[in-house]
Design a binder for this molecule. Sequence first.
Ligand SMILES: Cc1cc2nc3c(=O)[nH]c(=O)nc-3n(C[C@H](O)[C@H](O)[C@H](O)COP(=O)(O)OP(=O)(O)OC[C@H]3O[C@@H](n4cnc5c(N)ncnc54)[C@H](O)[C@@H]3O)c2cc1C
Length: 421
Amino acid sequence: MSDADVIVVGAGAAGLWCAEVAARGGARVLLIEKTPRCGSKVLASGGTRCNLTTTLSAEAAARQFGPAGERFLRHALRMLPPLAVRARFEAWGVATVEAPLEKVFPASGRAIDVRDALVRAALVAGARIELDAPVARLERAADGWRVYLASGATRTAARLVLAAGGRSYPRTGTTGDAYAWLAELGLPLLEPVPALVPLTSPAGWVHELAGIALQQAELALLDASGAELARRARPVLFTHFGLSGPAAMDVSVHVARAAQHAFVARLDLLPDLSREGLRAAFQACAARPGGAGVLSALHEAARGELPRRLLECVARQAGVAAEQRAAQVSREARHAAIEALKGLEVPIRGTLGWDQAEVTAGGLALSAVDAGTLAVKGVPGLYVIGELLDLQGPIGGFSFQAAFATAELAGTALAARRLST
Ligand SMILES: Cc1cc2nc3c(=O)[nH]c(=O)nc-3n(C[C@H](O)[C@H](O)[C@H](O)COP(=O)(O)OP(=O)(O)OC[C@H]3O[C@@H](n4cnc5c(N)ncnc54)[C@H](O)[C@@H]3O)c2cc1C
């Protein structure tokens, strides 16, 4: 007799959700987790507040994953839209609230409430959870799957769900173990790279701006030839190593994927203000009796929104002496200063890598998976869900939304009533 109808490997967001759905549907589910606790990434997420989904519609959320991701996720997000994720958590006793930038958090502001609800729901549905049980190897057996634990013990089931996550934040248990298993099965993998990760800059002046946060900014990532790779209007944070914040992290996958390592992050520091308006404000300031200095004129043109430390860098990049009278600045220099406000160029060399990446881009090719059930094509009884798939969205609750939605479809397909038909 097998240990379960369904073995789910990995008790993260996707594995817990899938175990709950399949067990509630009547399947005997065994959830196997490598570490001593479930949902470590849920606990770490959203600055321990857990941005669990988005306020966007299912269609708009799917579009965040790029054309291939959108096609793949369209059905899953229709079956489990963001509103349904919120309703499910509310039913489990976790009220949710909306926040700026289309984010949704637990009303308590505590990620642990989300994690605990997922674990409780899976257990109440009847799933068994085995902790501290790293899976070392998989084997296809005549009647399903045999899972070898690092301890040497084996577990068997007719169906196997891989929800072991990616390779990012390895201290939470995700060290990319499942990629080797998928490769051994001959399945197509897109090279995993760290994504949603801060960017590093070699420029000392950037490090000196550490602590400055721009709530409104637009970042364009350019390669060495000046070609634009990505653009994102979201907050940006200067750090002692480079740039962080959603805009920088959202474009980071392009840096991680590239063979070359010279990029420029061009920052529009005032995306809501036009060049014409900025020029006029600068000139008005320069023309005032008493004559303002360059920094004051830039400060005023920026409506006081930018700190002086940053404006000094703007002036330096434009080649304008900050201590000069604004009225004495040549037309070309004035234009250069406004251009630097609308396009401060920050050299970028790389990312902070796996240790700081929120997600992994790449993974099992979507073409290998049935988008309706998450069953792997041509490999009977195998399902892959969550971050292990080649799906990547931006910051904003999209990773959890995709994990939950893919888990919902697999769990539904694996419910006992389906297995028996
Ligand atoms: C710091 C941080 C903040 C984040 N914030 C957010 C956020 O606010 N909103 C959002 O949407 N996303 C966020 N994310 C991303 C999100 O956490 C992941 O995309 C999501 O957890 C993926 O779910 P998953 O179930 O596929 O994988 P995971 O949650 O990573 O779970 C995989 C599980 O598999 C286990 N496992 C791995 N190998 C084995 C093995 N050999 N045997 C047994 N078990 C194994 C792991 O221990 C882990 O428990 C954040 C990520 C990080 C690191």
